[in-house]
Design a protein around this ligand. Structure first.
Ligand SMILES: Cc1cc2nc3c(=O)[nH]c(=O)nc-3n(C[C@H](O)[C@H](O)[C@H](O)COP(=O)(O)OP(=O)(O)OC[C@H]3O[C@@H](n4cnc5c(N)ncnc54)[C@H](O)[C@@H]3O)c2cc1C
Length: 410
């Protein structure tokens, strides 16, 4: 690359799940958008588009439909029609049925790699999106009418100026660090192991989540006869479980899960992710929005991380579509976005962090709270309904795209 400065309206640092979705959502507004991603989209080491199964909430599926991604995702998506939630070693279980709520499903399960194929194809096809990959951002200067990014690739260095920079560069965000945005962090000392399993019986669209002291153990409906297994363990025991041969691994997983779906017959490749809460104390700065894992990397209990990011994406797109100031980085718009998102972000993070800590706590009081909470949910239909609506992404001021409506286009 040559040593010159390119200019665009919006530069998105990180073309992962959140950054790429935002680029697609903003493109119809007519901005010149650059997406800078350091790891080739199809590389085995791509950190965002890997083997994890993503449970996408009802509102997320609507957002994805509204930004034109759902049609190409639908054939690889599996509907979640029923949910069984239990607490380890306790008889109470909570049953949720989408039909009882007048819905065909609560959401869908999609593999992150498959999402990556669809979203990156859309990036390539969209005229006003330029994808710079593999290119890394190694620095940012803010101030004035543009923020300036320093880009590095194997061809050399380059600068890119943008009126708005989106830091969607993951939990260890370099942009967040360089802008000295403080974070709240909490190491859960838990590691989640994910893989696909093939059980004897069909899943029939039912998701299972068992809450244990070492985190959730979940079995999600997946394409064909497969299910996505999400097994959270204490980090210091994770290596041992990863090293088990397939037969022993399946036998241990079966002991945890029981016989809801008969015998687990086969298991696929296992991957592990140590779990930490990382929350930026500000989600905007001068001409900057911090998005996705860079803003809030949360525990996967309840499968809320990307769903929350998609609501942020839909809200930011709405603020920019409705804003009548001609500058996507205008402070007034970023303030509006930040104020809007504060409550949903706070409540979603508090839920995933609170439930993880409540289930890990050894005290009798915590055990009492857990059990009485589960009993209340099992016995009171209106409470179940209330919780399900929030888990589907409908809380506070819901973005238009999540309601199935369109953005106001120029
Ligand atoms: C096991 C597991 C299961 C999960 N399940 C669910 C689920 O069911 N439902 C749900 O809603 N959420 C789920 N999540 C959360 C979800 O994965 C995250 O919310 C999501 O990955 C956030 O995407 P992101 O794009 O913000 O960050 P990332 O996925 O971390 O992507 C960041 C991108 O930025 C790039 N990058 C980093 N630095 C630079 C740089 N300097 N220059 C250029 N590019 C850079 C990286 O290469 C990467 O592609 C799960 C998480 C885990 C770990």
């Amino acid at each position: 690359m040559n040593q010159h400065t390119k200019v665009c309206d919006i530069a998105i640092v990180g073309g992962g799940l959140a950054g790429a979705s935002l680029a697609v959502a903003l493109a119809p507004l007519g901005y010149d958008i650059s997406v800078i991603e350091s790891v080739a989209f199809k590389a085995a080491s791509q950190p965002s588009y890997d083997d994890r199964t993503l449970a996408l909430s009802h509102s997320s599926c609507r957002i994805l439909a509204g930004i034109g991604l759902w049609d190409n995702l639908a054939s690889d998506a599996t509907a979640i029609r029923k949910i069984t939630a239990t607490e380890q070693n306790r008889p109470v279980h909570v049953e949720l049925d989408s039909a009882e709520m007048g819905l065909t499903e609560f959401g869908h399960v999609v593999e992150a790699r498959c999402f990556g194929g669809v979203v990156t194809q859309k990036l390539k096809e969209t005229k006003n999106i330029e994808v710079l990959c593999p290119v890394s951002v190694e620095g940012i200067d803010v101030g004035g009418l543009h923020s300036k990014l320093n880009l590095v690739s194997e061809d050399g260095t380059e600068s890119l100026s943008a009126r708005l920079v989106i830091a969607a560069d993951g939990a260890n965000s370099l942009i967040r660090e360089q802008l000295k945005i403080p974070t709240q962090t909490r190491d859960y000392h838990q590691t989640v192991i994910i893989c696909n399993v093939t059980p004897e019986k069909a899943h029939r669209g039912r998701a299972y989540e068992c809450l244990t002291s070492t985190g959730p153990f979940a079995v999600l409906p997946h394409t064909g006869t497969r299910c996505g297994l999400v097994w959270t363990v204490e980090s210091n025991g994770a290596g041992q479980i990863l090293d088990l041969d397939d037969e022993e691994f399946l036998s241990r997983a079966q002991d945890r899960f029981g016989s809801h779906l008969g015998k687990f017959l086969r298991v696929g490749k296992r991957s592990a992710y140590p779990l930490k809460l990382v929350r930026a104390r500000q989600d905007t700065g001068e001409r900057v929005v911090v998005l996705g894992n860079a803003a809030h990397a949360i525990h996967p209990v309840g499968a809320q991380g990307f769903n929350l990011a998609l609501r942020d994406v839909a809200s930011l797109a709405e603020v920019l579509a409705d804003g009548d100031v001609g500058d996507p980085g205008a402070a007034v718009l970023l303030r509006q976005y930040s104020q809007w998102r504060r409550e949903d972000q706070r409540a979603t993070i508090a839920f995933s962090d609170g439930i993880t800590r409540l289930f890990a706590h050894p005290s009798v009081l915590a055990a009492g709270l857990r059990t009485s909470g589960m009993i209340a949910l099992a016995m009171i239909p209106s409470l179940r309904r209330h919780q399900a609506i929030k888990a589907m992404g409908y809380r506070g001021k819901v973005p238009r795209l999540a309601l199935g409506e369109r953005l106001r286009l120029p």
